[in-house]
Design a protein around this ligand. Sequence first.
Ligand SMILES: [Zn+2]
Length: 84
Amino acid sequence: MGLYRIFFYALLFFVIYKIVRFFSSLNKRSSSSQPKQKVSGKMVHDKICNTYLPIEDAIKEIHNGNEYFFCSETCRQKFLQNKN
Ligand SMILES: [Zn+2]
């Protein structure tokens, strides 16, 4: 009887070990895939369509000494039309 119990616990620990390994590999994969992108993390506001976007993706426009950021050329054109 004792031998079966040892076998049972060995199997139980093996399964737990496998589950823990599975979840830790999932965490490792999701956390290591993100920092590959070089992003400063700085967000800028597009006033035209009222969205926030990473500064790397934004179109910069300097108007009267102020910096403005836009998500697309369309928003930039709208901004310039409104200014004139
Ligand atoms: Zn926009």
